[in-house]
Design a protein around this ligand. Structure first.
Ligand SMILES: NC(=O)c1ccc[n+]([C@@H]2O[C@H](COP(=O)([O-])OP(=O)(O)OC[C@H]3O[C@@H](n4cnc5c(N)ncnc54)[C@H](OP(=O)(O)O)[C@@H]3O)[C@@H](O)[C@H]2O)c1
Length: 287
């Protein structure tokens, strides 16, 4: 399905992934609106900046009414239940009730969710059908937002992204270079996706005739954190990661293998299929 040069895309939360998506939309000649509270630099050509706060209910009355796609990429201001509810649940519910959605010819809303909805910590394989029993508020609020989207009747797709990395977001790489990287005694399977693949896949979802309502957004290779850090150390000529007793299989991101089978079946070709291509490109670029 071609993107219509007359029907703009609204990107709510034009941050790290949002900026990359706006650039892609500009590249294919699709007009867009970029919304956030503070623009440190103007959005790419072709995107109109909207400086607004989605925590302010008045913002929704001001949103454009000529939208074909809306992409919801807000992230919370803090790691608290209150902040997660404000970013994911309240904001999305207000959007769904807004005139922008009711009066626009909205074809699809795309919502960035997270693999934090999965509570599995035993290294098992998870996909779109797996149980979602998160222990933390983050996963619970995201599930609440996904449910609100499903119940709204507006055509929508949720993408559960894993850890997003790329230019400017290379925490692991920096920790290896600085010699502060450590691993625990037990395996800790981690999942990730490059920023450019987040943006590329969201654009792909706008072009699909009949996307599924839910995707897991990860690359091809769930990997033990130790093997990622050791590979980075080798590439950087840095010492291998330290062993740490404090390390736990239940660390950040849990311990699970996220399957991208459905993403692959949609026809999307990953630009960075594994951490090796992604971090390799960052290292070559001098990151
Ligand atoms: N980063 C990850 O590893 C990861 C993993 C899984 C899922 N996700 C999800 O993927 C999405 C994109 O992530 P990202 O890394 O691109 O996030 P990001 O860089 O933090 O971008 C989010 C944007 O939302 C804007 N925003 C936040 N609160 C707002 C409000 N009340 N009103 C208007 N704008 C607001 C922020 O800009 P201002 O501060 O200027 O308003 C920011 O630019 C998010 O939903 C995130 O939760 C991320």
């Amino acid at each position: 399905m071609p993107l219509d040069p007359h029907s703009p895309v609204l990107v709510l939360g034009a941050g790290y992934v949002g900026e990359a998506l706006l650039q892609r939309l500009a590249d294919v000649g699709c007009p867009s609106y970029a919304l956030r509270r503070r623009f440190e630099q103007p959005p790419p050509a072709g995107a109109r900046a909207i400086t607004a706060d989605l925590n302010d209910p008045g913002t929704f009355a001001e949103l454009p009414r000529d939208l074909r796609f809306i992409v919801y990429l807000l992230s919370p201001d803090a790691s608290t239940d209150h902040a997660y509810r404000a970013a994911y649940v309240t904001g999305l519910e207000r959007l769904l009730a807004s005139e922008a959605v009711r009066s626009s010819p909205v074809e699809r809303i795309l919502f960035a969710s997270s693999t934090a909805v999965y509570g599995q910590t035993d290294g098992s394989l998870v996909d779109e059908q797996s149980p979602t029993e998160p222990e933390g508020f983050a996963g619970r609020r995201l599930l609440q937002a996904e449910a609100a989207l499903r119940a709204s009747g507006v055509p929508a797709v949720s993408v559960r992204f894993a850890g997003i990395y790329g230019p400017g977001r290379q925490r692991l790489l920096t920790s290896v270079r600085e010699g502060t990287a450590s691993v625990g005694p037990r395996p800790h399977i981690t999942n990730r996706i490059h920023r450019d693949d987040c943006a590329g896949f969201l654009l792909h979802l706008m072009q699909l005739e009949r996307p599924e309502p839910l995707y897991v957004g990860v690359d091809d290779e769930p990997s033990d954190l130790r093997s990622v850090l050791e590979w980075l150390a080798q590439m950087l000529g840095a010492p291998p990661p330290r062993m740490s007793d404090a390390g736990s299989a239940r660390g950040r991101g849990g311990n699970k293998r996220c399957s991208n089978r459905r993403l692959r079946a949609s026809g999307y070709e990953l630009a960075y299929p594994t951490f090796r291509e992604g971090y390799g490109a960052l290292i070559r670029a001098g990151a």
